[in-house]
Design a protein around this ligand. Structure first.
Ligand SMILES: [Zn+2]
Length: 415
């Protein structure tokens, strides 16, 4: 054998063994993904998703996405009911995105390297949602109940789990680039839930002026001018990474402030269109009240909305708590501290040991001569842990219905 030929044989043999190696790696990955999908289909939702995502990160997400692209179609067509299997695969992908975003939400945003990594994770999670979306789109617009829940859950996830942004309070990620909302609107047209989810979009990117309610009333929300500038710079950096560069963050900030009030007006108009729909009425009223509170002279209207909200069919405990708590905030603005205290007590009867309502009640009691009881409330709060309440979530997420929708989705998938 000539040495040249031996070399070629060696190279070919090496090549074959290399490709055999990568094929067995691929087979292993395929087997793993199919096992995960089997487990998900059998109802092991949390376990299979946790194993798919591991400790999180963009690399894990990219790996999962490529496995889904390559192998899920085969898994789907091998199932006895491919339509249902497609919904299951899309739901698996959606939940994996949710878990990734949950992990990245705990990243310290003041650490630039961690922030960049978390942005990569957000993009990867978006891609997972869009992979499921591409499976779901051809099935619409005749969406089944289960498919409807998938669309609502996907919007909820992108809107509220993308790093703590929000519509009412700042910068909603869904509307600053992600293309998913129009997909959902096309899939389930005339959905009041989607109308509610997108009602605050005109406020997106707006910055609260100094007389807006949360900015002034809630002590924790009182940012200094330096804080505001820092926030604008952070937003500038964020958009430079994921969206577009902002040459002058300061003028950007001023522009956002100028459009904020206009955005609120438009949002209120949208909310009034769905206020009468029993599926979203209570939620729409709480948002309408919150918007009214942002305007000087809007307190009476706000209190009327908060009074009407709990009577609506969709009023859950979160909404009832928010209506009571925000009534307290409205009374505070009118210096009616005794009325505010009564509203906070009502909020506490809905979510006992709520941290926001406990603190607000202590302040209101202190200001109306009830120093001893206020001190008792604070001391009691120091001794035992208070409960995280809907107001804390509302400040950053408006309404967080992801857990509820996930429960509904699981229920539908089990059937
Ligand atoms: Zn989409």
């Amino acid at each position: 054998m000539s040495s040249a030929r031996a070399t070629i044989i060696l190279i070919v043999a090496g090549f074959v063994s290399l490709s055999a190696g990568s094929r067995s790696q691929a087979t292993q990955d395929d087997g793993r993904l199919r096992q995960l999908l089997d487990r998900y289909a059998a109802g092991d939702f949390a376990g299979s998703v946790a194993d798919a995502v591991g400790p999180g990160g963009a690399v894990a997400a990219a790996g999962l996405l490529s496995q889904l692209r390559n192998e899920a179609p085969k898994w789907i067509s091998a199932q006895s009911d491919p339509a249902k299997a497609g919904l299951r695969a899309a739901s698996f992908s959606l939940e994996a995105a949710g878990r990734l975003l949950d992990v990245q939400a705990r990243v310290n945003e003041h650490d630039d390297a961690a922030l960049a990594a978390s942005l990569a994770t957000v993009v990867a999670a978006d891609n997972l949602v869009e992979w499921g979306c591409a499976l779901m789109r051809p099935r619409s617009p005749a969406a089944s109940d289960a498919e409807r829940v998938w669309w609502l859950a996907s919007v909820e996830l992108l809107q509220h789990h993308g790093g703590g942004d929000s519509l009412l309070f700042g910068w909603g990620r869904l509307y600053s680039g992600a293309p998913h909302m129009p997909h959902a609107q096309a899939a389930i047209p005339n959905s009041p839930e989607l109308a509610l989810a997108s009602a605050m979009a005109p406020v997106d990117g707006g910055e609260r002026p100094a007389d807006a309610m949360f900015y002034v009333i809630d002590g924790r929300e009182e940012f200094s001018a330096a804080d505001m500038r820092e926030m604008a710079l952070n937003e500038g950096r964020r958009r430079a990474l994921v969206d577009r560069p902002i040459a002058d963050p300061e003028s950007y900030r001023l522009h956002q402030r100028a459009t904020y009030a206009q955005g609120l007006q438009t949002a209120a108009k949208r909310l009034r269109l769905i206020e009468g729909d029993p599926r979203v009425s209570a939620h729409a009223r709480v948002l309408l009240g919150a918007v009214a509170l942002c305007f000087t002279g809007g307190r009476d209207a706000a209190r009327q909305y908060f009074t009407a909200a709990p009577a609506a069919a969709d009023a859950d405990a979160d909404v009832r708590f928010l209506a009571a708590f925000l009534t307290g905030r409205a009374f505070e603005r009118d210096q009616r501290m005794a009325d505010a205290a009564a509203a906070y007590r009502r909020a506490l009867s809905i979510v006992p040991r709520s941290s926001s309502a406990t603190m607000a009640l202590a302040v209101a009691e202190w200001m109306t001569g009830g120093q001893a009881h206020a001190a008792h409330l604070i001391e009691d709060a120091r001794q035992t842990e208070l409960v995280t309440d809907p107001w804390e979530g509302f400040q950053t997420h408006a309404f967080d219905r992801w857990p509820v929708l996930l429960d509904q989705l699981h229920g539908a998938l089990r059937r």
